[in-house]
Structures are given as structure tokens and as C-alpha cells.
Design a protein around this ligand. Structure first.
Ligand SMILES: [Zn+2]
Ligand SMILES: [Zn+2]
Length: 222
């Protein structure tokens, strides 16, 4: 779906999947407080009551296994993703939710969500992603397009592809100047124009409209 809320939500999910994986791979914290994590982990008596064998809980526990700071970050991510999952589950209760880790499932069903729900999901996931990236001192996933085309709305040459998804052919494009849509009279060219929403264009639009000129393919994710 090319609604900007859905596009933002999908890009945010991929961004969190990247930052989360990085968090999981980081091993810088002292190994002295794994019990704090276990105390809130689902299925271990932490009182959260959200069931056991939860892949999300397992992933968070594995990713940030020590220390108060890591615990807080893990709790933030868990709360945000749980909230997003609850919203999506409620919205799709008649069609059923796929089985799997919460964030992977969310990423898969973004296109099925109404724009309102997608907008809420986007906010929760963005909050979690920013917490993870702050902790890691990791920048955002914005990739400057080498041909440096002008934004069709504000004219500033700061268009960026959000490059977290594994397939570069799906990367949406945003305006790094942060310009917002003014609605149906906006010159942005978005398929669905929504007032006061940050501009975001689907990859197909970028392919058809911009000179992407990816040059030496530096955009490829590490
Ligand atoms: Zn702009
Ligand atoms: Zn616009």
C-alpha cells in the first residue's frame, strides 16, 4: 500500500530489525545482571503474563543480557513492539495474524493495515528504533541518493532512501529536510497525499521519477 503511514511503518520496522540485530550482536556490557532481564522475561515469573516461548522476549533477552541500561532499553523495545503487535492483532482479528516473531510478523502485515493503524504502528516502532540506535550510537538508515535530485515538494536536495530492507529495490525515499505534505494541492507527487505527514515515496516512484544513479553500489547494506 502506498499510503504514507504504511510506507513509514514498513521502513521503521526494517530499521528496527537492523538496529535490534546490531544490539543483539553487541557485547560491551558487563556480565553482572542477567537476572534483571529474566525478572521481566515472559514465562519466567516476571509478572508480565504475556505467555511463554515468545520469540520476541527471547530475542530481547539474548540481545541485551546485562545491566540496568540494557534492561531499560530492552523494556522500551519490548513495550513498543508489544503495543504495535497488539494494535495490529486487534485490527486484523477477523483475518488472523501470521505466526512468528513479533517484528517479522509486523513487517509482513503492514500492507494489510489501515493507514490509521499503520500510523500508530509506525510511531511505536520508531520510538523503539530510536532507543536502540541511541544506545548503540548508531545513526539512522538514510542513504543520500548520489545524483542528489531536488525534493519535488520543497526543492531541497536532501532526498534520502531508507535502506534497511534487504532488497534495495524496495527502499522508500524521504526528504531529509523533513518537509510535510500539504494535501491534495501539494506538488509532491505522492500517490496518497495526506496533510502534515512527512513525505515518503515508494521505491517505484523513485525509480520512475528520479535519476537514482547508484554509481558504485555503495548503497548495499553491509
Ligand atoms: Zn522536501
Ligand atoms: Zn505532499
Amino acid at each position: 500500500m502506498d499510503h504514507p503511514h504504511n510506507l513509514h511503518a514498513a521502513a521503521n520496522c526494517w530499521s528496527l530489525r537492523r538496529s535490534w540485530a546490531t544490539l543483539r550482536d553487541s557485547n560491551t556490557a558487563p556480565d553482572d545482571d542477567a537476572g534483571t532481564i529474566r525478572s521481566w522475561r515472559p514465562g519466567t515469573g516476571g509478572g508480565h503474563g504475556s505467555g511463554h516461548g515468545d520469540p520476541l522476549g527471547d530475542a530481547v533477552t539474548a540481545s541485551v543480557s546485562r545491566g540496568d541500561t540494557q534492561t531499560r532499553i530492552a523494556e522500551t523495545i519490548r513495550d513498543d513492539v508489544d503495543s504495535a503487535r497488539w494494535l495490529a492483532t486487534s485490527a486484523l482479528r477477523h483475518t488472523g495474524m501470521p505466526i512468528g516473531p513479533a517484528l517479522a510478523v509486523l513487517t509482513r502485515i503492514i500492507g494489510d493495515l489501515t493507514p490509521d493503524v499503520a500510523g500508530e504502528v509506525a510511531r511505536y516502532v520508531d520510538h523503539a528504533d530510536k532507543a536502540a540506535r541511541r544506545a548503540l550510537r548508531l545513526g539512522d538508515d538514510h542513504w543520500p541518493i548520489p545524483s542528489n535530485p531536488a525534493c519535488p515538494s520543497c526543492g531541497v536536495r536532501m532526498l534520502r532512501a531508507r535502506r534497511s530492507a534487504p532488497d534495495s529495490a524496495t527502499w522508500p525515499v524521504i526528504c531529509g529536510a523533513g518537509c510535510q505534505c500539504t494535501g491534495t494541492t501539494c506538488g509532491c507527487g505522492m500517490t496518497v497525499q495526506v496533510r502534515r505527514v512527512a513525505h515518503i515515496w515508494p521505491a517505484a516512484w523513485a525509480r520512475d521519477t528520479l535519476d537514482l544513479n547508484t554509481g558504485d553500489k555503495e548503497a548495499t547494506n553491509a
